[in-house]
Design a protein around this ligand. Structure first.
Ligand SMILES: Cc1cc2nc3c(=O)[nH]c(=O)nc-3n(C[C@H](O)[C@H](O)[C@H](O)COP(=O)(O)O)c2cc1C
Length: 279
């Protein structure tokens, strides 16, 4: 957060996963001037007052309209509707297309940000058509110069198609019972070949697959992703990615990705506008 503050005068937000202790992290974020606190994976209600007292806004991730309504009634300012197509840990089980409109209807006039499966400007135009005020992209930004992940992970993202991800609880060592979407890799194939057994009965449980730069092991089925300096069979680790990974074909600077997303969203909306005005 402090590094980010050094790099920009512009507003920035911080995401806090509610599954881990919140208080210290939230205090630091607010002291350092984060304008937006985005919560996920839990109940944001106990923390909303503190964020508002600091003059910041609260966004919360939901997977249904009913959850969105509860969040807004508790004081959340912005709702992030995360569809099942999303990469990483996935909160809900409804896909983005059927999720966003009911969430928009449930919380109107508050803004909804759509997430999950959006990886280019056409996707942004599509969720604006669904009534969202904005889009949040995760997978697309993994394939950027700035993403702090290992080059091997970036290469696997470029190779994967929209059909190459799996939604499961497979990479559960470190974060059990939390569904996530990742690229199908050798660990997934090994598990599927064994008939998809439950945790504790899977092939090669406890095997060292890779190592951190200090030599400490990363075990099979760990929730750890390949980061710079790691060694070993990095392709066998959790390679989180959403179904939008099929739209990711080049590693670019994040600023270029943002510019291109905005340009393509605008040109798509213009095309749709002219279509609607033909004859
Ligand atoms: C590698 C990775 C890590 C993520 N980490 C978090 C996280 O810490 N907290 C969170 O709320 N969402 C996290 N997400 C989910 C994103 O915030 C977002 O909802 C999702 O990436 C949107 O779908 P997309 O991947 O199809 O763009 C992560 C996603 C990925 C791919």
């Amino acid at each position: 957060v402090r590094e980010t503050k050094k790099l920009t005068e512009r507003p920035f937000g911080v995401n806090i996963v509610l599954q881990r202790p919140v208080e210290d992290r939230l205090t630091i974020c607010l002291e350092e001037g984060a304008c937006l606190i985005s919560f996920s994976w839990g109940n944001p209600a106990p923390w909303i007052k503190a964020v508002h007292a600091a003059g910041s806004l609260v966004m919360h991730t939901v997977g249904s309209a009913a959850e969105a309504k509860v969040a807004v009634d508790a004081g959340v300012d912005i709702v992030l509707a995360q569809g099942w197509e999303a990469g990483g840990h996935v909160w809900g089980q409804v896909a983005t297309l059927p999720l966003v409109p009911p969430v928009v209807d449930a919380v109107r006039p508050l803004p909804v940000v759509a997430a999950g499966g959006i990886a280019d400007g056409r996707g942004i135009a599509a969720v604006l058509a669904l009534g969202a005020s904005g889009a949040a992209l995760g997978t697309r930004f993994l394939a950027t110069d700035e993403a702090a992940i290992h080059p091997t992970y970036k290469e696997e993202l470029l190779k994967a198609s929209e059909a190459d991800t799996i939604y499961s609880c497979l990479f559960d060592r470190g974060w059990p019972d939390a569904p996530h979407r990742a690229i199908r890799n050798s660990t997934v194939h090994l598990w599927e070949k064994a008939g998809c057994p439950g945790s504790g009965n899977r092939p090669r449980e406890g095997e060292k697959v890779a190592a951190f730069p200090d030599g400490s092991p990363v075990l099979r089925y760990s929730d750890v992703i390949p980061t710079p300096g790691m060694s070993g069979d990095l392709k066998a680790l959790a390679l989180y990615a959403g179904q939008g990974v099929g739209l990711v074909s080049r590693i670019k600077p994040a600023s270029q990705v943002v510019r291109e997303l905005a340009e393509q969203a605008v040109s798509t909306l213009r095309q749709l506008y002219s279509l609607s005005h033909a004859n």
